[in-house]
Design a protein around this ligand. Structure first.
Ligand SMILES: NC(=O)c1ccc[n+]([C@@H]2O[C@H](COP(=O)([O-])OP(=O)(O)OC[C@H]3O[C@@H](n4cnc5c(N)ncnc54)[C@H](OP(=O)(O)O)[C@@H]3O)[C@@H](O)[C@H]2O)c1
Length: 317
């Protein structure tokens, strides 16, 4: 078990622990040697996948704590059992969007009064830099900021982990929308495809999260996940894939105007996705600023062997 300076183990509660990011954070916290607790929502009792996943964590050494978002006192009792809370609530429009549920968690943390640090569900574009974002996708940033404001108003120590595209959503598909696997013949290129993007395997984001959650260097800071070799343009990503397959794809360059042309005719989740892609691939919102007084994960933890995209894309061969 990892211990702090007083020889105590770091006790971490993961909320949203059966989700895409949450399940990786649970495993990363266990691998890091934290005493790991996972919130078990009673509402999930009939979901066979979630139940089996939760009980598989027990076999790995995690403990389950039952608490419900509709029962404030149960949340207070849950957070009282740990030092640090990490939330990975859903925040993808075409799947599920429950960022504001975390306001209940903030209330519970406030009342419990013992939490040394809270890492809310971030793991994407830095909402504090997205004030100009397009609706309806900006809802994600507005809601994440609302949660940040509640955390800061309550004086809860925190860390925000941001700044990378999940490889599963953005790299495996060569950044094409509507699919998670590489295209066979044709690929759409956003503009000239030369805007720098950050592609990171979600397991690596989870590993950085597990390392940073009790690191005194990251208290009340934003941690950008921006490992140098994974800062790539879309064209560089496509070329990595072409090299792996030995086949050249037919490329169509899409201008920003064409990309956004019919946005209002689309369903809301699709509109949100288009907006997010626009900010990432045309505006370059992940790389158009320095880390500044905040921190960058791969510099803080140079021993993490993050997955390079040539290695990542091999799973699709
Ligand atoms: N950078 C990127 O490319 C990228 C991509 C996708 C997502 N993200 C961000 O990553 C974070 C996590 O997203 P995700 O895709 O991992 O989430 P997810 O798998 O869709 O859901 C995570 C968890 O949220 C909980 N949840 C959902 N609705 C709830 C409700 N109404 N009440 C209580 N709990 C609820 C569930 O917790 P239980 O496990 O307890 O059931 C669920 O497992 C979000 O902030 C999202 O914006 C970033």
């Amino acid at each position: 078990m990892r211990e702090n300076n007083s020889g105590e183990k770091t006790r971490v509660l993961v909320v949203g622990g059966t989700g895409t990011m949450g399940r990786r954070i649970v495993r990363a916290c266990l691998a890091e040697g934290h005493e790991t607790y996972v919130l078990q929502q009673p509402e999930t009792r009939v979901d066979i996948e979630k139940v089996q996943l939760l009980y598989s964590y027990k076999r790995l050494g995690a403990r389950l704590i039952e608490a419900s978002f509709s029962d404030h006192q149960s949340l207070v009792s849950a957070v009282k059992q740990v030092d640090i809370v990490v939330a990975a609530m859903s925040g993808v429009h075409f799947r599920s969007h429950s960022i504001l549920v975390q306001l209940k968690l903030v209330e519970a943390i406030k009342e419990a009064g013992n939490i040394k640090r809270f890492l809310p569900s971030e793991f994407g574009m830095d909402p504090s830099r997205m004030g100009h974002a397009m609706p309806p996708g900006r809802e994600t940033f507005d809601q994440k900021l609302e949660v940040r404001n509640a955390i800061e108003a309550a004086g809860i120590p925190h860390t925000y982990v941001v700044g990378a595209c999940f490889a599963a959503y953005f790299a495996g598909n060569l950044s094409q929308m509507g699919t998670l696997i590489p295209p066979k013949k044709k690929v759409n290129i956003y503009g000239d495809g030369n805007v720098k993007v950050v592609y990171v395997d979600e397991d690596d984001i989870a590993e950085y999260t597990a390392k940073t959650l009790d690191d005194p260097r990251t208290i009340n800071k934003t941690v950008y996940v921006r490992p140098t070799e994974n800062v790539l343009t879309q064209m560089e990503l496509v070329q990595i894939w072409e090299k792996l397959t030995g086949k050249e794809l037919e490329k169509t360059n899409i201008s920003a105007n064409d990309f956004l042309a019919d946005i209002e005719d689309k369903e809301i989740p699709h509109q949100a996705g288009l907006g997010h892609f626009y900010h990432i691939f045309y505006e370059g919102c992940l790389t158009d600023h320095e880390v500044g007084d905040d921190e960058e994960a791969s510099k803080l933890y140079p021993d993490v062997k993050y997955t390079r995209m040539d290695e990542y894309l091999k799973i699709f061969l």
